[in-house]
Design a protein around this ligand. Structure first.
Ligand code: GMT
Length: 386
């Protein structure tokens, strides 16, 4: 198949899911075209049947807000036409599903039919998409897609409750490359960060408010207060970083916290971690936690959204009430002080991650593409008969 994949080029979240899926599909012989405003971060190796198309937005003095969605729609039209796309798979509804609708309308019945599939990821529904400034357009656009998928049951149910949905939403979970995300021997890294054998707690995110990164600092402070010797590794960057740094200074724990910024080889950092902290205020799936689990790192998380469905309380980690700093700290302390339990949780985390192994989920998407394309083709044929 000729497959177009539209995504944000981010280090995490939907950008990673879209890129890993595209690479997986290309390795199975499909022609994959990525469309974004910058190269997706994980698209960093040559693959003979992958093309990357950058959407350039023409700036004009009149435009205070250059219309990316229109430039994207025009680019989609070209791809569908000249690369003969069978599938246009857009990740994150805003504005991708809207641009896809526009492109499809522009082409009308010209050329062969293309199936538009929208995958909902999270804030495109739970936060940004349900804001009144976007809701009518998002609602309309997802109803116009030939198929809508969501990354968790939770997100599917939220979409049904917040939007007037005409489509059945199919749940296809996120996934992890368990070969790449596995515990590796990186003791020299561990020695560099924890020279005195300290425990290492890790958090990876885009440092948006919704991730509650300051909570990781509060949890970590209580872990230190318990007498455990530990370090905290913060991976990623974003708007909350200044507040997080300020809180570290207030608590006088800067020497125990390492900010690494955006990192490509997250699996190496997870390989030396003892615990992963995810105190998010909203999380439809929790891909970063899945990647940690795949490296055998137990997760201490909040209980929001899709997290309890991923992080099994008392098996792969602990799930605490949102904002329950003390609960998260006690859970961390308990696991770190009990090496046998920690080892059992580590094994269970890896086993849980294997359930979300990339090849199984890629196959699920592939089967779904075939099914939707078949329906779209039949609809076109019956339109022509009428
Ligand atoms: O809001 C974000 O953190 C980014 C967002 C995205 O779409 O890039 O992440 C969402 O998608 C991820 C991949 O499907 C999920 O694992 C995250 O749980 C989800 N984030 C939120 O719901 C906050």
């Amino acid at each position: 198949m000729n497959i177009g994949i539209v995504c944000y080029p981010t280090y995490g979240g939907s950008g990673v899911v879209a890129t890993e899926l595209g690479i997986g599909l290309a390795r199975k012989g499909h022609n994959v075209h990525f469309l974004s405003y910058a190269r997706p971060q994980r698209l960093n190796e040559f693959e003979s049947n992958i093309r990357y198309h950058e959407v350039a937005v023409n700036v004009y003095p009149l435009f205070e807000y250059p219309p990316y969605d229109l430039a994207l729609a025009s680019h989609m039209v070209d791809l569908i036409k000249y690369e003969k796309l069978d599938i246009l798979h857009v990740h994150y509804a805003i504005p991708h599903a809207t641009s896809a609708y526009l492109a499809k309308r522009i082409l009308g019945r010209a050329g062969k039919p293309v199936a538009v599939i929208t995958t909902l990821h999270g804030t495109d529904i739970t936060i940004v998409g349900s804001d009144p400034s976007y809701l009518p357009v998002v609602n309309f656009s997802i109803n116009q897609s030939d198929s809508v998928t969501a990354v968790s049951d939770y997100l599917r149910d939220e979409t049904y409750s917040k939007f007037e949905c005409e489509n059945d939403i199919k749940v296809i979970p996120n996934f992890v490359d368990t070969e790449r995300f596995k515990r590796q021997e990186k003791s020299h890294f561990k020695k560099a960060i924890c020279p005195d054998g300290e425990f290492l707690l890790t958090h990876v995110s885009n440092f948006r408010k919704v991730k509650r990164v300051v909570d990781t600092i509060e949890v970590f402070k209580l872990v230190l207060d318990s007498g455990l010797d530990a370090k905290l590794l913060l991976v990623g960057d974003g708007p909350e970083r200044v507040n997080v740094e300020a809180r570290c200074r207030e608590l006088h724990i800067c020497d125990k916290v390492r900010f690494l910024g955006k990192q490509e080889k997250v699996e190496e950092l997870l390989s030396i971690s003892d615990l992963f902290l995810m105190p998010s205020g909203s999380e439809t799936f929790g891909l970063a936690a899945l990647e940690a689990m795949s490296c055998g790192v137990p997760v201490i998380s909040s209980d929001v959204g899709g997290l309890p469905g991923l992080n099994l309380n008392g098996e792969t980690g602990y799930v605490c009430k949102l904002g329950d700093i003390e609960g998260m700290a006690n859970a961390s302390i308990e696991l770190l002080k009990n090496p046998e339990k920690h080892a059992a949780f580590s094994v269970a985390s890896r086993e849980r991650a294997e359930f979300f192994e990339i090849s199984k989920v890629t196959q699920e998407y592939e089967d779904h593409y075939v099914e939707v394309l078949d329906r779209v083709r039949k609809e076109r044929c019956s339109d022509m008969v009428l």
